[in-house]
Design a protein around this ligand. Structure first.
Ligand SMILES: Nc1ncnc2c1ncn2[C@@H]1O[C@H](COP(=O)(O)OP(=O)(O)OP(=O)(O)O)[C@@H](O)[C@H]1O
Ligand SMILES: [Mg+2]
Length: 395
């Protein structure tokens, strides 16, 4: 008989039961409530390590916003894709929406001009607009901040007049270029000052907090920041047990404890482990035995997928840096201990460190301290033959 397996391990896959985020959802829903009444609202930024559930959380929030009549667009920033063309096409989407209402057509020209100027000046490959030479000269600008601010304020004004507030959901903010991020913050800031109902809900790796405040010091006041992390034992229990309740299965207490211990409440690992446990469990009550039997497969799947893709993005020099981190024993470790393990000076390894941070493999929470962006990555490295060889070569 085909068994329905409800667990959903995978980037951005909505879990069958979204555990432990009730308070965050409620807080943002209150902001949406205000926004839907045309009241300008603070923007929100969620930060957290890989796989803690940022994407699913902002997708869930997008649903809430849409239910309140807010115009929503999701942007996933990519390392190689251009943010300007993405935001421009979202802005056009808004204009298309209000253009269907006859009495609102007059609102379109100003934001459309601002979008045109932005695209012509900062996304030259884009062929959305075909302009004569003379027109091109009229629209061209060299100031990204000014151009994006023009788009946001013109859009905000139209949103206000049309009583259709806007929320952009921007995922993977850490991939935004420095200049783009600065321009985005300034644009939101200005539209807030003018009282327009336009906000963003963003998400990214922990380093975005620093990126934002380095870019503009006032960004600390502009955004509501929330760091999201692993689930508590109580929350994890719900993530584990709720999905199979409807299917007539349950976990005994020891099984839940074991899953929590192995996954440490990390949402992606919970989905992955439970999927394997449930697949192979025979009775309708899942026991600790079932979990223990599933664990080798769980680590195999992670080692060959989740961990491997990250490891393979590293150069040989990166790998040595990672090995030295693992050798420190405890994480987070200090950059000076990593340097010691590499027999180098701290200044000599700072480029390597920056490279790994930019690849999203490691992050630095406190000054001088380093950790991996995914939990248990150190365990994976310890199991890896390359690490074992490197250790041997050290002595
Ligand atoms: N609150 C939650 N309860 C149960 N499962 C969750 C929860 N949040 C996320 N998950 C599960 O965890 C996995 C990762 O979620 P998601 O892709 O949203 O993480 P992320 O933080 O966006 O990761 P990345 O930084 O890699 O983009 C998915 O399989 C999802 O179903
Ligand atoms: Mg994500």
């Amino acid at each position: 008989m085909l068994k329905i397996n409800p667990y959903r391990p995978g980037a951005g896959l909505m879990p069958p039961y979204l555990a432990g985020r009730e308070a965050d959802i409620q807080a943002v829903e209150q902001m949406f409530e205000a926004l839907s009444m045309n009241i300008p609202t603070q923007s929100v930024i969620f930060s957290g390590l890989r796989g803690v559930g940022k994407t699913v959380l902002i997708n869930r929030l997008q649903r809430s916003a849409e239910e309140r009549g807010i115009f929503c667009k999701h942007i996933e920033v990519e390392e190689r894709k251009d943010f300007i063309s993405q935001i421009a096409s979202c802005a056009q989407g808004f204009l298309r929406k209000i253009s269907t209402r006859e009495n609102l057509k007059y609102l379109i020209q100003k934001p459309l001009d601002a979008i045109k100027a932005l695209v012509i000046s900062f996304d030259p490959e884009n062929s959305t607009f075909s302009l004569s030479m003379q027109e091109q000269e009229l629209y061209r600008s060299t100031n990204l901040t000014q151009s994006l601010t023009d788009v946001f304020t013109a859009l905000g004004e139209a949103a206000y007049e049309a009583e259709t507030p806007i929320c952009f959901f921007i995922d993977e903010i850490q991939y935004m270029k420095k200049q783009e991020l600065g321009a985005l913050i300034a644009a939101i800031h200005r539209s807030n000052q003018l009282g327009y109902p336009i906000m963003i809900v963003g998400a990214g790796l922990p380093k975005i907090y620093k990126m934002l405040s380095e870019e503009k010091s006032y960004s600390e006041r502009l955004f509501m920041y929330k760091e999201i992390g692993s689930l508590s034992e109580e929350q994890a229990e719900k993530a584990i047990t709720e999905p199979v309740r409807k299917l007539g299965a349950e976990y005994d207490e020891a099984a839940v404890k074991r899953i929590f211990g192995t996954t440490r409440g990390y949402p992606f690992f919970i989905q992955q482990l439970c999927q394997i446990v449930y697949e192979n469990a025979e009775g309708s009550v899942i026991t600790e035995e079932d979990v223990l039997r599933a664990e080798p497969e769980f680590y195999r799947v992670l080692d060959n997928g989740f961990f491997k893709v990250r490891y393979e993005r590293c150069s040989d020099a990166d790998k040595k840096f990672i090995f030295s981190m693992v050798r420190c024993g405890e994480l987070p470790c200090t950059i000076s201990n990593v340097a010691k393990n590499l027999h180098k000076r701290v200044s000599a390894i700072s480029t390597m460190r920056a490279q790994l941070i930019s690849k999203g493999i490691i992050y630095s929470e406190k000054h001088g301290e380093l950790d991996f962006t995914v939990p248990e990555f150190d365990g994976f490295i310890r199991r890896h033959p390359d690490y074992k060889q490197w250790l041997k070569d050290q002595f």
